[in-house]
Write a protein that binds this ligand. Structure first.
Ligand SMILES: Cc1cc2nc3c(=O)[nH]c(=O)nc-3n(C[C@H](O)[C@H](O)[C@H](O)COP(=O)(O)OP(=O)(O)OC[C@H]3O[C@@H](n4cnc5c(N)ncnc54)[C@H](O)[C@@H]3O)c2cc1C
Length: 1017
């Protein structure tokens, strides 16, 4: 008997023989698309610009805009395309309508290589042709990015229409292989689950299923009546478990339990894929009805890698191409070995993967009419034809829709076709040999592990581009890459079910601890004053989260004394020991992560992911500042001069008074406290009254981490009394404050007065509010702009100092933006954040509730109320997300910080006016700009007045070290929390110079660094 590899090679050779009889037009030398692809494969920077240009083009309505963008994207390129573009642009500027149309025509032509038709009628032309070629179809309705429930309803209705249309138009069509009609209905529809629910949240699969199932049932019911097949496509990893659960839930229901014409996708590039497939098969066996699995490698490889890396998650996809290929083969075996319950559809253009499935099916004695190959429309035409000639069942995946909603699909195809790792490129563009193309991926991996192959894959070794070349080609320099080596703590990935369980358990546990009392901590002693402050649950105000002892003036005096006494020892403690304290605290927070998140849900009404983000930030502050202090902890030589040495170094300022807000109850308190501690200051820590229990937790964590008595003191109390007393205190040297402008300015002024006996000029580190603006340019990607703006404005109820409160929309886009914005806001989930997946919870307390409602009344009198959410819980401090339009810059709602879920929309005639509006405020904290014009993006980067400017993303969610955070003007003193220079606010610089010459003799060189100056006791 011949080995499987020999069989694969033989079948592969046969496919190639048939393939080579016909050219693959995708990689030929002629045509607009082909030339662009060829250039993209040679020039990485061109590829990036080209993809971006293609992405923006369908949204440009005027020819002049198209020419303008072409100019901005390509004229500074240094390749063969640039002179062409320059000439083109010159001519085009004279006759923009001709060139604009020509370009649009060419790009639509390119899209139509991959999109089988604009509408159901149009796609039928393609399907008829394929039917004649004995190729079946599955149709996919383009339009993945939905921002509202209105859009999901439209998608569901279009799916139904399409189904009807296909059934009508294919009436009487027979099965191409005349045999397996029972298994493979003619009409086959692929649906994208994410297009059916706009509020899908991986943390809340139950809610997603509760919304998705009713949308899908009518489609399934009708498909069943029409004898059609429905396939659930698989999208990003975060939606994977929901899609699998939904599939199992629906097809277990009595109505659909016996229906065999349902399919789902398994992505072999996922490390989880085998487990998921085995689970599905077990489920199928219990259900006792056939179903289909389309096995693919996966279309979101780049996205998964980027997203996981940004969030510090383990990457769910394999990182070496042969791993995905090998997994595809091993999953092919699982599928075929379970042929009695599952029908296999192999979705691949890779001849090796295809030949492997064929050889394996033969080995297992499975007839070729019992499974099928599926390939994408517009790709690998010769492979499809070869398979048909060999007598295999082939189905083509045919996307239908307009170019604009089809853009993300098109970009995925372009990425795939230009990828160094792709099979099609290797075969048709690089002309790799059959031998290389048919190699066993497992063998390759073994060789790779044994170091036989220098880099990851055979494809990469064939098409070698050194990393350095690529870096330069992308416009980079050879200098050290930007950013330091700090690696952020990960966020919790709520796409993983075990994390839901941990969070639920923590919430249950925390509920049993509500109502406890927490003492003050001064000089390591726990104290009660008899007076307490109750911290309540804003979702349910009669629920007391905890009661903390209230400190008065007497306790404030004791705390200052304790901090002063402890300072003498702490300031001489080596910085490394102080850094280790922070590291231990971070480890404790990490261990108690879910517990702390649960506390935030109860105490400050944070939705799960927001609470988790806060804990992550607190951990990051500890670790980042521990790392930063090492950068300047040791005295550093100023200059190398003979005979003298001067060392620059820092001393702590003294006693720090930390005053924190409630909206990031752990992170901000922890950030300011750790910055002070690690630089050798002692600290009096005053949490906000509304989040005093979170403050007590932080104290507990530091005690467990081993903070010496007096070095950190926990002192909750009234800001107006005890707080004001400490601000003015002669023995407080430093005030770190984050909060409102009103209080911030009072502290700033009052700290400027020198009191009798005061030793130091007080340093105030002051971070205040914002009136943050986001501009949506006329060419912006609205899918992104709407989702991110809604999140920036209403995430955590708009109670972030970074939150969006003024949305400035260019006139040209105004109506379209508004329509989508309002329906997106209407789709938001508002409710108790104990429920996973809530986006909008309660505002913090009664005062905030009344103040925000008052602003809404002001808004109603000044501007036009365009939207107010209807579905808000009656109990608790819930404010309906509210949007005002016709807002003018001088109105109060456009000028004053509201700190709640209220958004003002302003219209601007052009970018000049938009920038003027954005900058026309007292504040300068965060700002955002959505655009796809490189020139406008450059302008926004240069001109927007804000401490943190975000382009094409939400304006909230700063990450420590990555986005050092803080503003200027009335937003603060210009310091950047989580930045490289933040710690310098907490120290005084000092230089010690020594003449090291003795009678004309001096050492040749002084060391660059020396040990810390120490007091010998
Ligand atoms: C009919 C059909 C339906 C499809 N439906 C879906 C779907 O629902 N969901 C979905 O996600 N995809 C789907 N796909 C897309 C499919 O995943 C890609 O077209 C496919 O990955 C390309 O694989 P290939 O075997 O044709 O080509 P190959 O060139 O052999 O493989 C390319 C693939 O390998 C993987 N890869 C690339 N680089 C690496 C690396 N460094 N490490 C590890 N893996 C790597 C990626 O998945 C990449 O797409 C479908 C494809 C077809 C043909």
């Amino acid at each position: 008997m011949r080995s499987l590899q020999t069989e694969i090679e033989q079948r592969g050779a046969r496919i190639f023989e048939l393939v080579d009889r016909h050219p693959e037009p995708l990689f030929s030398k002629a045509g607009f698309y082909q030339r662009l692809m060829a250039l993209s494969m040679r020039d990485e920077r061109f590829k990036v610009q080209m993809f971006r240009f293609v992405d923006v083009l369908p949204s440009l309505r005027r020819s002049g805009d198209i020419v303008q963008h072409l100019d901005e994207y390509f004229t500074d390129m240094r390749n063969g395309f640039a002179p062409l573009v320059r000439t083109g642009v010159r001519t085009a500027k004279i006759m923009p309508w001709i060139s604009g149309q020509l370009l649009r025509w060419n790009v639509s032509g390119m899209a139509h290589q991959f999109i089988a038709g604009k509408n159901p009628d149009d796609v039928m032309k393609t399907l008829r042709k394929r039917h004649e070629q004995k190729i079946g179809f599955t149709v996919d309705l383009l339009g993945e990015a939905v921002v509202s429930e209105k859009e999901t309803d439209e998608y569901a209705a279009r799916c139904l229409e399409l189904l009807e249309h296909l059934a009508r138009e294919t009436d009487g069509w027979s099965d191409p292989l005349d045999g397996g009609a029972g298994l493979f209905p003619v009409v086959n529809l692929s649906v994208k689950i994410s297009a059916l629910y706009s509020q899908m949240n991986p943390a809340d699969p139950a809610d997603a299923i509760a919304h998705l199932a009713p949308k899908l049932r009518p489609i399934l019911r009708r498909a069943k009546e029409l004898g059609a097949f429905i396939n659930f496509d698989m999208e990003s990893f975060s939606d994977k478990n929901i899609t699998l659960d939904l599939f199992k839930t629906l097809f277990t229901e009595t109505e659909f339990r016996d229906w065999p014409h349902a399919g789902i996708v398994i992505q072999a590039y996922l490390r989880d894929a085998e487990k998921d497939l085995v689970d599905l098969i077990d489920w199928g066996r219990a259900r006792r009805t056939r179903f289909t699995v389309r096995l693919v490698k996966g279309a979101y490889w780049d996205y998964e890698k980027i997203k996981s890396t940004q969030n510090g998650w383990s990457i769910p996809v394999y990182l070496q191409k042969p791993e995905s290929d090998a997994n595809f083969e091993s999953l092919s075996r699982v599928l075929l070995e379970n042929e009695s319950i599952v029908t296999a559809a192999f979705g691949s253009h890779n001849v090796r993967s295809i030949a492997h499935a064929q050889a394996l099916a033969d080995e297992l004695g499975i007839d070729r009419t019992r499974f099928e190959f599926q390939l994408l429309y517009g790709m690998a035409g010769p492979v499809k034809r070869a398979l048909v000639e060999m007598g295999y069942r082939v189905r083509e995946y045919c996307p239908v829709g307009e170019l604009l909603p089809g853009m993300s699909y098109l970009v995925r195809r372009l990425l795939e076709n230009t990828s160094n790792e792709g099979f099609l490129r290797a075969k048709f563009s690089e002309n790799a040999s059959d031998e290389i193309l048919l190699r066993d991926p497992s063998e390759l991996l073994r060789e790779n592990r044994n170091g036989v192959l220098p880099r990851s894959t055979v494809m990469t070794t064939m098409i070698t581009t050194s990393l350095q070349d690529r870096h330069l080609a992308l416009g980079g320099s050879l200098d050290t890459p930007a950013g330091d080596s700090y690696e952020n703590a990960p966020l919790t990935n709520f796409a993983l079910p075990e994390n839901h369980e941990k969070m639920r358990a923590a919430l249950r546990e925390m509920r049993t601890r509500l109502g406890r009392e927490y003492p003050l901590v001064i000089n390591g002693e726990k104290l009660s004053t008899g007076k307490t402050i109750a911290s309540i649950n804003p979702s349910s105000p009669d629920e007391i989260v905890g009661a903390v002892t209230e400190a008065g003036i007497l306790e404030a005096e004791r705390a200052v004394q304790a901090a002063r006494d402890a300072l003498e020892k702490w300031r001489w403690t080596p910085f490394e020991e102080r850094a280790q304290l922070l590291k231990r605290a971070a480890a404790i927070m990490d261990r108690r992560r879910f517990e702390l998140s649960a506390l935030e849900v109860f105490e400050v009404g944070k939705p799960w992911t927001e609470a988790d983000g806060d804990i992550r930030e607190a951990i990051d502050f500890c670790l980042f500042y521990a790392q930063q202090v090492r950068r300047f902890g040791r005295p550093r030589l100023t200059q190398q001069v003979p005979g003298e040495e001067s060392y620059y170094h820092y001393w702590p300022r003294g006693v720090a008074f930390v005053i924190a807000p409630w909206n990031f109850p752990l992170a901000i308190l922890c950030g300011m406290t750790t910055a002070a501690l690690v630089t050798g200051n002692t600290v009096i820590m005053k949490p906000a009254e509304q989040s005093a229990v979170c403050g007590a937790m932080l104290m507990e964590i530091f005690e467990e981490a081993g903070v010496p008595p007096g070095v950190l003191n926990y002192l909750p109390g009234k800001g107006s009394q005890m707080g004001a007393h400490l601000v003015d205190h002669k023995d407080v040297d430093l005030i770190a404050f984050t909060g409102s402008r009103e209080v911030g300015l009072r502290i700033w002024e009052s700290a400027g007065i020198t009191r009798p006996g005061q030793r130091e000029l007080k340093r105030v580190i002051c971070e205040m509010g914002g009136k943050n603006a986001v501009i949506i340019d006329s060419d912006a990607d609205l899918d992104e702009a709407i989702i991110d703006s809604i999140y920036s404005a209403f995430g955590y109820q708009g109670q972030k100092c970074s939150a969006l409160s003024r949305l400035i929309v260019l006139e040209e886009n105004y109506d379209r933006v508004l329509e989508r914005l309002l329906s997106a806001a209407a789709s938001l989930r508002v409710g108790n954040p104990e429920e996973p997946g809530m986006t909008v919870g309660p505002v913090i307390d009664k005062t905030a509730y009344e103040r925000i409602l008052n602003y809404i009344e002001i808004g109603k009198s000044e501007a036009t109320l365009a939207f107010q959410h209807q579905n808000v819980p009656p109990k608790g401090y819930f404010i309906p997300p509210t949007i005002f339009v016709d807002v003018k810059p001088d109105m109060r709602i456009a000028r004053e910080e509201i700190f709640g879920p209220v958004l003002s929309v302003l219209k601007a005639r052009n970018l000049d006016e938009a920038l003027k509006l954005a900058n026309g405020t007292d504040y300068a904290l965060t700002a955002g700009f959505f655009s796809r014009s490189p020139a406008n993006i450059e302008r926004a980067k240069a001109e927007i007045e804000a401490g943190n400017v975000y382009i094409n993303r939400s304006c909230t969610g700063a990450v420590v070290g990555r986005h050092p955070f803080g503003g200027f003007k009335m937003s603060g003193g210009g310091t950047k929390a989580g930045g490289e220079d933040y710690l310098l606010q907490f120290v005084v610089p000092r230089v010690v110079t020594e003449n090291i010459t003795r009678h004309g003799f001096a050492p040749e060189e002084a060391p660059l660094y020396r040990d810390e100056f120490r007091v010998r006791s």
